[in-house]
Design a protein around this ligand. Sequence first.
Ligand code: FES
Length: 168
Amino acid sequence: MSKQRVTRRQFLNYTLTGVGGFMAAGMLMPMVRFAVDPVLKHNPAGDFIVTDKKISDITNEPVRVDFSFEQQDAWYTAEVTNTAWVYKDDKGEIVALSPVCKHLGCTVDWNTDKANPEHFFCPCHNGLYTKDGTNVPGTPPSAPLDVYPYKEVDGYLALGKAAPRKEA
Ligand code: FES
């Protein structure tokens, strides 16, 4: 049976490696935590932003609803304002449309073109959309307006991220 002895040099190597590793981990852990912190943060409101529009105030006439939220980009936070055109359709369902024209991104308005009443109108290149956001053939936009998902939060309208219509 052989007895393995640890030399003084080996003992110092093991000890210094262990202590050095422990100190390095102590310094690196806060840096790693800081680097991934924005990813770990939980948004209790989910992806929906509560607007100041009461559900009970929404009629069948489209109205412009502005809503602001803080957008986090890593450690930089910016206040962003978005807009939706909101109304109730014939079935009483809420419709929330993006105002961003699908041609080149100008902002559409409701009922501002005298020649085409009751339409969304884009003044940049005379783009037209019907009330449900469908692009009118023969005008520049090639797709319907994006639609916001919505939900009710304590009687107020909350909007999610606008997305293209499913059949678009
Ligand atoms: S950007 Fe709207 S029609 Fe061109």
